[in-house]
Design a protein around this ligand. Structure first.
Ligand code: SF4
Length: 439
């Protein structure tokens, strides 16, 4: 077994030094983040904006002919990409990329995460990204966020939480408002609240992608995001994708107790003809007082799990080569092994340059992993991202971070790869949009 320490950070085995339970949760950046917060503290709340306005009430249904189950076909069908759907994808990704390459300055977001809620309806034991005491985003902040983003290069809006569907009517309004302004809208959800009526509203409003987090086939201790309890409504979501034109993929977190489930979900996704996206179960980078599962955690990967993870990653790479649709490139799958061993090389993180996080209160951060950092990066309409400071910051955090979306963005932010992707998509007639990040 490899004996390299699990992290190069001095904080690697922070819990061990505290003498608390099993040292299973290395807080890789705990001391580092305190230094960062000390140098530029976020003490001032975002301004109380004058003339608060709600989001417009979405007309529903915009497409009455698509409502309901009766007219839908089977769960798996051939996919047809209409010209409007191709245009939506090109305007969402390609045009912002080209603008970001030619415009002066360094902050040209391609992708924004809009955290409409920090509440969640389940409790996955690896996840610190929720706190049910946090108020949800107001309609005024959501509207201002979308208006501000429209004035930038950004045309991809990822609606995130917590679980954003704790307020489905709010997400319906956000989706309709953003889609009507030309945004490619994406939602990250655990799928539990994705009832058929919600699918119809979001599909009707123009949702482009449902990223459904799924860790097991049946629930396991500490891993409640399971397919079987929601399979019926999930199959409704799949059937309706051919009517509304959105895409669906599984977002799977590799933990110490679900490696057989990861294989099974990969095969199920392949049968459903949907893509998969994999994460390694990262422990929190830094302590977050609201997170209850830092100690004696049963799902975090431990050193003795590394050989099993290696084997699983190799299996996934074989499936990727065999044509299974995966968001992760082969290189990024292989990088998981290096990440576990603390050997990650710099990987072109674009956070704060081509991506931005908008918190529930309207303050901004460069990326999801730094959502809870109390650093002043400004707020909507007035971000404070300095390219040189971001670069200096990333010297440390890039070696300790496996944010899958940022890795994909960094990997794809490359002219040669973008040209390659355009050529392949054109050759395939844009048949499979989910493979936009492939190697
Ligand atoms: S490497 Fe990038 S995505 Fe990860 S914490 Fe640092 S800035 Fe955020």
């Amino acid at each position: 077994m490899d004996s390299t320490p699990a992290s190069s950070s001095a904080d690697a085995i922070a819990l061990e030094s505290k003498g608390v339970g099993e040292p299973v949760a290395p807080l890789r950046l705990d001391r580092w983040i305190k230094g960062l917060e000390g140098s530029d503290p976020r003490s001032v709340p975002p301004p109380a904006w004058p003339d608060a306005q709600p989001l417009p009430e979405p007309p529903f249904p915009r497409h009455p002919e698509l409502l309901g189950e009766e007219r839908s076909g089977p769960v798996v069908q051939d996919r047809h990409w209409s010209l409007p759907l191709i245009r939506r994808k090109v305007n969402g990704w390609l045009v912002p990329y080209v603008k970001s390459r030619v415009l002066p300055g360094s902050f040209h977001p391609i992708l924004a995460y809009l955290f409409t809620d920090w509440k969640c309806n389940v409790d996955c034991h690896y996840c610190p990204s929720w706190d049910n005491r946090t108020p949800g985003m107001t309609e005024d902040v959501a509207r201002r966020s979308i208006d501000w983003l429209e004035s930038t290069t950004c045309r991809v809006l990822a609606v995130m939480g917590g679980e954003p569907l704790v307020r489905p009517a709010f997400v319906h309004k956000v989706t309709d408002y953003a889609a009507s302004k030309g945004f490619w809208v994406y939602i990250g959800t655990n799928g539990r609240l994705l009832k058929p009526a919600v699918v119809d509203r979001l599909g009707d409003a123009g949702m482009a992608v449902f990223n459904v987090a799924m860790d097991t086939v049946d629930p396991k201790p500490g891993l409640p995001k399971a397919l079987n309890p929601v399979r019926r409504q999930f199959e409704y979501l799949l059937r309706k994708q051919y009517d509304y034109g959105y895409m669906v993929f599984f977002n799977i977190c590799i933990c110490r107790t679900n490696m057989n489930d990861v294989r099974e979900l990969t095969e199920i996704a392949h049968e459903y003809r949907i893509a998969t996206d994999y994460h390694v179960c990262e422990s929190p980078m830094y302590e977050q007082p609201h997170f209850k599962h830092l100690h004696d955690n049963g799902v975090f990967l431990r050193r003795e799990d590394w050989p099993k993870v290696d084997e699983l990653v190799d299996w996934l790479i074989e499936k990727n080569k065999a044509g299974y649709a995966m968001v992760n490139s082969i290189k990024r799958l292989n990088d998981m092994k290096d990440f576990l061993r603390g050997r990650l090389e710099p990987w072109n993180c674009r956070a704060g340059l081509n991506s931005v996080v908008i918190r529930t209160d309207g303050s901004v951060a460069p990326c999801f992993p730094l959502y809870a950092a109390k650093v002043d990066w400004g707020h909507i309409g007035s971000p404070r991202f300095d390219a040189a400071r971001l670069e200096a910051m990333k010297v440390e955090c890039q070696r300790n971070c496996f944010s899958t979306l940022q890795h994909n963005l960094g990997f794809c932010y490359n002219d040669r790869r973008v040209l390659h992707w355009v050529a392949r998509q054109a050759a395939r007639g844009f048949r499979s949009g989910a493979r936009c990040f492939e190697d």
